[in-house]
Design a protein around this ligand. Structure first.
Ligand code: EPZ
Length: 416
């Protein structure tokens, strides 16, 4: 099991290019199933979740060639429609295969998905939407067994703007004829990117980015070469890393609008920003003021995927911060690890009350999920002495070569 060893106390300075978005490219990889023509994906992030999605496609018979940060996916040779437990269990995005498989082949048998251990991660909204589209679903023996003669375009009202359910329903509706409308759809930038990809292969999706999305069935799709958006969570993580250490950073391949709420909160805490269309510059020259209230919400609210990382910053900011996690019921597993480093955090149900301290001290800590692990690395960057973060593989799920990126702007971090 690999670890990160971090020596704290360095100010950071430099330029970082933000990698393509994990949460955009994972559903897009599934969406490649929809067309029988080869699709080229550019700027593929080197993360384990992407590799596992490619393994799933290959297991079904698709051809996937990768190299130079690109992938060419040919789904015309798919001949199996089952995703076994050992391929589905490690990632949440295995569930995204349901929609495109049913749209194209009328059948799918997928083992229950895995993903970060941050809550129960139900899939009831996915299955609700697919059943509304006329899909017969049987849940038995750890599998979701789906069969559908013909997708029945309809209007679907989601009880909650679930990102994954919106993506699965969207992809299930792309082929055929007729119009499907999703009300209370998720509005994340990754939803817009998936819709743009679907349109790039000849599908027709309107309203992505709003709470009402319309999908018009099309009978034939074609190839494309597509570059996903930059990863707003990686961009936010980098900003928080420089904010916690002090220094300056220029980020490229990122869109201010995707993380404007975080940027505005950091600005109000004392950071300076210069924002352009696809890059931003930030300076943090003194101890920051606490962000008094953070409540995670679906986009455009504060992203749950930045909750752990912003908490690391609050542990050394001036004042008290109240962080409420509204999306996932057990997404505070980084808290006891931060406390080992000297953080003053009190948990009350879904609220974490963080009293800023002058400094943290390095310790041996363990990551148990992707973003919690990133939070511990950020804390190690500012802690006195050495911090060892166990569970590097959790972090590798969503951050390509985190140690190389942070080292390039002055951090003392290595993988062992
Ligand atoms: C996506 O997960 C992301 N993962 C998550 O990122 C992200 O935290 C989440 O969206 C919210 O933004 C990928 O895109 C691969 P949801 P997803 O369905 O689709 C409840 C990361 O760190 N819900 O929007 O699983 C659910 O319990 C990961 O990159 C149901 O009740 O998120 C949660 O409370 C972690 N029934 C809320 O909705 C369902 O059928 C949000 O879940 C589905 C979800």
């Amino acid at each position: 099991m690999q670890k990160f060893v971090v020596c704290g106390g360095q100010k950071l300075s430099g330029t970082l290019r933000v990698d393509s978005s994990k949460n955009a490219i994972l559903p897009i990889i599934a969406g490649c199933i929809l067309t029988d023509e080869p699709v080229e994906l550019q700027d593929i992030p080197n993360i384990t979740d992407v590799k596992k999605m490619f393994d799933i496609l290959r297991a079904m018979g698709a051809k996937v060639e990768t190299g130079d940060g690109r992938a060419v996916i040919d789904s015309s040779t798919i001949s199996r429609f089952e995703i076994p437990h050992h391929l589905a269990k490690d990632i949440r995005s295995s569930i995204f295969m349901l929609g495109p498989l049913i749209a194209k082949y009328g059948r799918a048998r997928v083992a229950y998905p895995g993903g970060c251990d941050i809550g129960s991660r139900p899939i009831d909204l996915h299955l609700f939407g697919l059943r509304e589209l006329g899909v017969n679903i049987c849940e038995e023996y750890g599998f979701i067994d789906c069969y559908c003669e013909k997708i029945r375009p309809t209007t679907i009202h989601l009880d909650y703007p679930s990102v994954g359910a919106t993506e699965n329903i969207m992809m299930a509706s792309v082929l055929g004829s007729g119009e499907t409308t999703i009300f209370n759809a998720a509005k994340e930038p990754e939803i817009v990117d998936l819709a743009n990809f679907i349109c790039a292969i000849g599908g027709r999706v309107e309203g992505a980015g709003t709470s009402t999305i319309k999908i018009y069935g099309k009978t034939t799709l074609h190839s494309t070469s597509y570059k996903p958006i930059g990863d707003r969570i990686i961009a936010g993580t980098y900003l928080l890393g420089v904010a916690i250490c002090g220094g300056s950073v220029t980020l490229t391949n990122c869109n201010y609008n995707d993380i404007s709420l975080l940027v505005n909160k950091l600005h109000n805490s004392g950071c300076y920003f210069n924002v352009e269309s696809d890059k931003m510059h930030m300076e943090a020259n003194s101890r920051l003021l606490s962000i008094q209230n953070i409540e995670t919400q679906p986009y455009p609210g504060f992203p749950t995927d930045l909750q752990a990382q912003v908490m690391a910053l609050q542990t050394v900011s001036e004042g008290t911060s109240v962080i409420t996690e509204n999306l996932f019921e057990t997404r505070f597993k980084h808290v006891p690890e931060l406390i080992k480093m000297g953080a003053k955090i009190t948990l009350r149900d879904r609220m974490a009350i963080v009293r800023g301290v002058e400094s943290l001290s390095g310790a041996e800590v363990s990551a148990t999920d992707l973003r919690g692990g990133a939070s511990l690395v950020l804390a190690g960057l500012v802690a006195k002495g050495q911090t060892v973060v166990d569970g590097a593989h959790f972090i590798d799920r969503g951050y390509p070569s985190l140690e190389e990126k942070l080292s390039s702007i002055g951090a003392r971090i290595e993988r062992v």
